[in-house]
Every structure is written in C-alpha cells, then in structure tokens.
Design a protein around this ligand. Structure first.
Ligand code: UD1
Length: 348
C-alpha cells in the first residue's frame, strides 16, 4: 500500500513509518517539522534500507495538500500531525484548534476529493479527562479537560459524523495511553523541544545529567505509593497497533475506536526506579505539589484491540526504560548533532 503519514517525522510517526516500511508498504511523510526533525526519517531509511518520500508542509496549506493527493495514489492515511502540549493549548487555544481541527478538516477534504477513504487517527486517552474509573474502556465518558484534549475529542466527533454521512469511509481512532521507549537500535526515539512536559523524557534527561532532578508532582494521591499511576506503553508496541488497525480497515467499513495501552499501571516512583536500574545510576528526585489537571490514576482496558485486531502490547516497563535509555545515552541532544570538539580555534 502507498500510505500518507502526516506528522511522520515525529516520535510515534517515525516509529510507525519504520514498521510500515518493514511490512513492505510505501511511505510518504508530510510534516512541518515544527516539533520533529528530518533526521529521524534519514535514520528510518538507514534502518530499513528502504526510501521514505518526505514532503515538508503544513496541513493548513490546503493547496499543497491537494497537490500531494493529485500526484500520489494513496490507499490510506495515518494522521499523526498535531500539537500536543497541554500547557500551550491553555495559553493559545485558537492556535491549537486551528492546527489540530482545521488541519484535520483540510486533510479530510482532500481525502474525500481524491476518493481516499481509509484513515487511522492518532487520538489520546486524554479524551477521558480526569476520569478515575479504571480501567478505562472505549465506552467510558469522553470529557477532555483542556483545549488540547478537546481538539482530539472534536476530531473524533467529526470523524464519526463523516462516517455516518458517507459509508464508504473506514476510520480507526486510536486512543494512546502514555507512549515511551524507543526503537531497540537506539537510532530513533523521542526528541522533545525545550523542557520535556512528560515524565519519561524528563527522567531520561536527569539520568543523562542534562537536568538536576525529577520533580514528582504529588505524593498524596490515593495510590499505593501516593504518586500518579499511568499506563506506559512501548512506542514499538504502539506502532504495531497502527499496522494492525490499518490492516483491519482494509476490510471493514465504518468508524472504530480502540484504546492502545498495556492494561497495567505504574507509579511515578516505579518509573524512576525502573529507569535508574536500566541506566545503572541514581536518579535524584524531590516531591512537588500536584500538577493541575492530573488524574491520580489512568490505565487502559485494552481488550477490545486484542479481540478485534489481535493486537496486544508485549514489552514491559524494564524494556521501555532500557530502550529509552539506549536512545538517550547515544543521542544526548536528540537529533541535534553533537558539537564538534575538535574544531575549535583554541586547539593547538
Ligand atoms: C500528558 C498530558 C496528556 C497527553 C500526554 C501525552 C497533562 C495533564 N496530560 O499525560 O494530555 O496526552 O501527556 O503527551 O499534561 N510527572 C511528574 N513529573 C514530571 C512529569 C510528570 O511527576 O516532570 C507525573 C505526572 O504527574 C503523571 C505522570 O508523571 O502522574 C505522567 O505524566 P506525563 O508523562 O506528563 O503524562 P500524562 O499526565 O499522563
């Protein structure tokens, strides 16, 4: 299949593109590189020995998108492109709604015009808001608590309205829990810009000596050790979930929604301990006040994905930390090249 991957240079997009290529699919990546790097795709090519066609562009540029659909016979689209920082979305809601919602509308318009009606959409467990009725099932109430989450929720609604109006569409909505880890080669991984918002990349940067200590947001939750519990899932398991969903929509019309998680929760302190064991070094931390909007506990019931797609996560927390650390330690600055220390004027 020839697949368009929007946001394919990003963290989950690059790992999924790698899996698509390994499955023999042809991949065209469309990405504005706002929060990603083309270097990830060079490394995907090097790992798979297969070419990736990269087009730098923005979903808000409808005419560029139209051209791409006119020039390529896609069979399906996997749509990752979007902004994802909760704090930014609270400060700049219009930017978030325009990028995520209007960008998706542009994409859907082009797909409809070109008659490409198979879509895998990157949603998030964030649509469940701060619900603590765990495990979360796909039927759990959807009530996002910030603009970022609401963009995901609105896009899900748009997709189900679209499928109701035109039954030729096949749409898979994937609600990710907490993606972490990296490809086992250590060549591709997560490369957040600036200070990481999420736990794992922060812990990894503390382990690498790039930051002082982890601030644990809250130790008075009603969880076994008082810290927040999440369902961390290895990015390669997540990528495999996309391949399974893509296969499913080839033979099923309609809109489907699946949780992609492991079904197991780990606390912040468990994550720090597991990472410390993988990295073979202490990871300093301190307790800090709760972060606004955080749930105490969130983990998936992932049984629907197993029943419908035959997909389940295989990698445990130790493996997630090992792979994340392999990537972080080999690429301390992410995809940015290391400064060339042999090149200075001060050398004799
Ligand atoms: C966050 C977002 C969610 C988004 C997801 C993936 C919030 C409120 N939620 O989820 O919308 O879909 O990332 O991008 O931002 N923690 C610390 N110290 C840190 C960072 C995190 O203790 O420096 C704790 C948090 O309080 C939480 C756990 O670690 O208990 C996981 O946090 P994080 O990685 O940010 O993920 P979520 O909050 O689940």
């Amino acid at each position: 299949m020839k697949v368009l991957v929007t946001g394919g240079a990003g963290y989950i997009g690059s790992h999924t593109s790698l899996c698509l290529l390994e499955q023999g699919h042809e991949v065209v990546v469309f990405d504005n590189l706002l929060n990603s790097s083309e270097e990830s795709l060079k490394r995907v090519e090097e790992l798979t020995h297969r070419p990736v066609q990269f087009i730098k562009g923005d979903l808000l540029d409808a005419s560029a998108l139209e051209r791409i659909f006119a020039e390529n016979a896609f069979e399906a689209v996997i749509h990752f492109a979007g902004l994802k920082a909760v704090g930014d979305s609270v400060e700049e809601p219009l930017w978030y709604y325009r990028n995520n919602v209007v960008g998706t509308l542009n994409l859907l318009d082009c797909m409809a015009k070109a008659g490409v009606k198979k879509l895998v959409f990157s949603s998030s467990a964030t649509v469940y808001g701060a619900s603590e009725l765990v495990p979360l099932v796909e039927q759990s109430p959807v009530r996002a608590v910030n603009p970022y989450g609401r963009t995901k929720e609105q896009i899900e609604d748009i997709l189900s309205d679209l499928v109701a109006a035109d039954t030729d569409w096949s749409v898979a909505i994937l609600r990710y829990f907490n993606p972490v880890g990296a490809h086992e080669s250590g060549r591709i991984g997560e490369d957040p810009r600036g200070v990481p918002n999420n736990l794992l990349p922060f812990v990894a940067q503390v382990a690498a000596g790039r930051r002082d200590k982890v601030r644990v947001f809250g130790n008075d939750y009603g969880t076994p050790d008082g810290t927040g519990v999440r369902d961390y899932i290895h990015v390669m398991d997540l990528a495999a979930g996309h391949i399974a969903a893509l296969k499913f929509i080839q033979s099923h019309l309609g809109a489907y929604c699946w949780n992609l998680g492991t079904g197991r929760g780990s606390s912040v302190l468990e994550v720090i301990a597991a990472f410390s064991a993988s990295a073979g070094r202490d990871i300093p931390y301190e307790f800090a006040p709760r972060r606004k909007g955080d749930a105490a506990i969130s983990y998936a019931d992932a049984s629907a994905a197993l029943a419908d797609l035959g997909w389940t996560a295989h990698r445990d927390l130790a493996q997630m930390c090992e792979d994340h650390w392999r990537w972080q330690s080999a690429n301390p600055l992410g995809y940015q090249p290391m400064p060339d220390l042999t090149d200075g004027d001060d050398h004799q």
